[in-house]
Write a protein that binds this ligand. Sequence first.
Ligand SMILES: NC(=O)c1ccc[n+]([C@@H]2O[C@H](COP(=O)([O-])OP(=O)(O)OC[C@H]3O[C@@H](n4cnc5c(N)ncnc54)[C@H](O)[C@@H]3O)[C@@H](O)[C@H]2O)c1
Ligand SMILES: [Fe+2]
Length: 388
Amino acid sequence: MSYDADLSFVFAHTPKVVFGARAADSVGDLVTELGGQRTVIVTDAFLAGQTDLVKRLGKSLGDRLAGVFSGVIPDPTAPSVDEGAAFARERGADLLISLGGGSAIDTGKAMAVVLTEGGKILEHEGYHALTRRLTPHIAVPTTAGTGSEMTLVTVITDPARGQKTFVGSHFLHPDVALLDPTFTTGMPARLTAATGMDAMSHAVEALISTLRQPLSDAAALQAIELIATHLPRALAQPDDLHARGQMLLAACLAGTAFSNAMVSLNHAMAHSLGALHHVHHGTLNAALLPHTMRFFAADVGDRFTRVASALGGATRGLGDEAAARQAADLMQAFVHRVGLTTRLGELGVPAESLPQVAELSLSDGSIIYSPRPVMDPAEIEALLRQAH
Ligand SMILES: NC(=O)c1ccc[n+]([C@@H]2O[C@H](COP(=O)([O-])OP(=O)(O)OC[C@H]3O[C@@H](n4cnc5c(N)ncnc54)[C@H](O)[C@@H]3O)[C@@H](O)[C@H]2O)c1
Ligand SMILES: [Fe+2]
C-alpha cells in the first residue's frame, strides 16, 4: 500500500482505553479520576432489567450513582436523547456512563451535548460546531461493535425526516472507553455476528476512504485480521473471554480507524435502509459489504490484497482488481460463515423502496469519502438491486 507524495493528515486518538476481564468492576476509580460525584448510567430496558451489568457498575460507584436512565432505544431518536438529557439534568448528573451497544453509547454522547450546551439535540446537528468540553463520559460497550466508544460522532434518527443524522466533534470522544469482555459474553449469536460485521465494515471502508492515512490503515488492517480470526471463535464458544476480548479490541481499532478516515458508500446505504426499514445496522452493513467491495474493485488499487489474505485468500500473481474481487468473494463467504445474509430481500427490504434508498444515500454525510465519487442515484440503485 502506498501514499501520495503530498500526504498530510491528522490522527486523533482521544479516549483513554481501559481493557481487561472484570475491568468494569473498578469503574468507580475512573469516575474518581474524572471528578464525578453524581453519575447517571445510560442504558436500555433489556440491559437494565435482564442482566446484572448495571448492578456490577453500581457496586463500584456506591453513593456516586445518582440514577439509571433505561430509556435508550435501538437507533436512538432525537426525542429519546432529549428525554435522557432531561432525566440526567433532573438528577444533577456531572458524569455519564453509557452501558450498551452503539445505541446506548450514541445516546450518552448526545445527552452530554444537551447537558452542556442546552437546547435539544437536533439544534446541535452537523460537524465541528461544538466549542468546549462536554459532561465527562465513560463508554462501556456490551457489543463489539460499533466502535462508538472511540469515535467523534453520534448517530441520531430524526423521526420527522425519517433519516439518520449526525453530531460530530472531537469533544464527542468519550473520556474513557472501558472494554470488559465479561460485558459482551451475553450477546446472542446473531448480535455477535452482526456487530462484528459492523466493525469489519468500518475497517474496510476506512481502508479505502479518501481520508485514509497510515495510522488509520494500521488500525483498520489489525481490526480485519482480528475479526477474521476471532469472530468465528466467539460464535463457536460464546463465553470464550479471549475471543470476546479480541473482538472488543477489533471494534475499538476499527472505530479509531473510521473516526479518523470516515466510512463511505456502504454506511450511507446502511444508514438509509436502517432509517426506512428499521433493520439492525450491522446486519445491513454485512449484507451490503461484499457487493460494495465489488462495486469499488477497480478503484482501490492494492488495498484489498491484505483483506483477501486476512480472509484466507492467495492473491500472488493476481492484478489489483482481480485480487479485490477475490477479497469481495471471500467477504461474502465470511458473512455466510458467521450466519448472516448478503441479500437485502431476506431482511424484509422491499424491492420497490430501492430508488428511495438510493436517493437518501446520496444525501448521507458519509458518501463523500467513497474511493471514487458516487453522484448518480441510478448507480447506487443498481448496486442495491444486486444486493437484493
Ligand atoms: N457513533 C458511531 O460511531 C457509530 C458507529 C456505528 C454504529 N453506530 C450506531 O450504533 C447503533 C447500533 O448499535 P449496536 O449494533 O451495538 O446495537 P444496539 O446498541 O442498537 O443494540 C441492539 C440490541 O442488542 C441488545 N444488546 C446489547 N448488548 C447486549 C448484550 N451484551 N447481550 C444481549 N443483548 C445485548 C440491546 O439491548 C438491543 O436490544 C446504530 O444506531 C448505529 O447507527 C454508531
Ligand atoms: Fe457502523
